[in-house]
Write a protein that binds this ligand. Structure first.
Ligand code: PAF
Length: 282
């Protein structure tokens, strides 16, 4: 049976009982509006642990005032049914006051890895994510926590904070789940019209084309410029970045770069889509 926990006290009691019974705990932090990508994380957590706990919390700290916090889909009943179906045992669904009591005054800022790309275009974002994820990891105290590679830079930021702050939970990255068309699953796909969903496919097609061009030795600046042009011609309104980076630093590649990450962020109307793929070169 699925337990829905909403206070720090209930969460702590629930986890303490499981730990006392010798159970291992896998944790999947989410903002809800669950899709197959989230369910894949939960299935992985269930396969590797006795218990899976999923948090559902739309974190106000990671949205700027002009972003989509208010319209972000909130579908707790549907999410609970999906999780119960796959055997998840518990959900932590706190209110904003539980996560951030009135005297809450701390924040977690991660250094270099959070500065390029999303850090440039959404300067508030990673401090919001790092603060909520740190608090969640410490509250839950799971053995392992699962995050999607769809948010590749976010995963690197979370690995850095876990290492730097010596948080005992192991961080596991899980490959992006895609529709058969190649479109990366995202809760924000719900904002897209059928035409925009077709246009959105240009992102993954272009990333795959960029990977081929990179492997065939074409200059990076030229690959990036053509890719950006490609998205704009397909009807994207704005391209924040369409770029090839060192997979470890997320800075432009250097002669010592071992593997590359190709990352995209672009706007279709009011919807900002991101995606990425990896290319190993050595
Ligand atoms: O990727 C997400 O859904 C969110 O950024 C996370 C990790 C749950 C933190 O709010």
């Amino acid at each position: 049976m699925l337990s829905i926990l909403s206070t720090q006290h209930d969460l702590k009691n629930y986890i303490a009982n499981k730990i006392a019974a010798g159970k291992t705990i896998g944790f999947v932090p989410t903002m809800g509006a669950l899709h197959e990508g989230h369910l894949t994380l939960a299935r992985e957590a269930l396969a590797e642990n006795d218990e899976c706990i999923v948090s559902i919390f739309v974190n106000p700290k990671q949205f700027a005032p002009h972003e989509d916090f208010d319209k972000y889909p909130r579908t707790l009943d549907k999410d609970s049914a999906l999780l119960e179906d796959i055997g998840v045992q518990s959900i932590f669904a706190p209110s904003v006051d539980v996560m951030y009591p009135p005297d809450f005054q701390s924040s977690v800022t991660v250094g270099n890895i959070s500065k390029p790309l999303e850090g440039e275009f959404r300067p508030h974002f990673f401090t919001g994510v790092a603060t909520v994820v740190t608090r969640l990891l410490l509250l839950v105290g799971a053995h392992k926590a699962y995050f999607g590679e769809k948010d590749y830079q976010q995963l690197q930021v979370i690995k850095a904070l876990q290492r730097d702050l010596a948080i005992p939970t192991e961080i596991i990255g899980v490959p992006t789940v895609r529709e058969a068309s190649g479109l990366a699953l995202s809760s924000r796909n719900a904002y897209l019209s059928p035409t925009q969903k077709d246009q959105a496919l240009t992102i993954i097609r272009t990333l795959r084309h960029m990977a081929d061009e990179l492997k065939s030795g074409q200059p990076i600046a030229q690959i990036e410029a053509t890719a950006t042009e490609n998205l704009l011609s397909a009807g994207f309104d704005k391209v924040d970045y369409m770029t090839i980076r060192d997979a470890d630093t997320l800075l432009p590649p250097t002669p010592t770069t071992k593997s590359h990450r190709l990352l995209a962020a672009a706007w279709l109307g009011q919807t900002r889509l991101i995606d990425n793929i990896g290319v190993s070169s050595k």
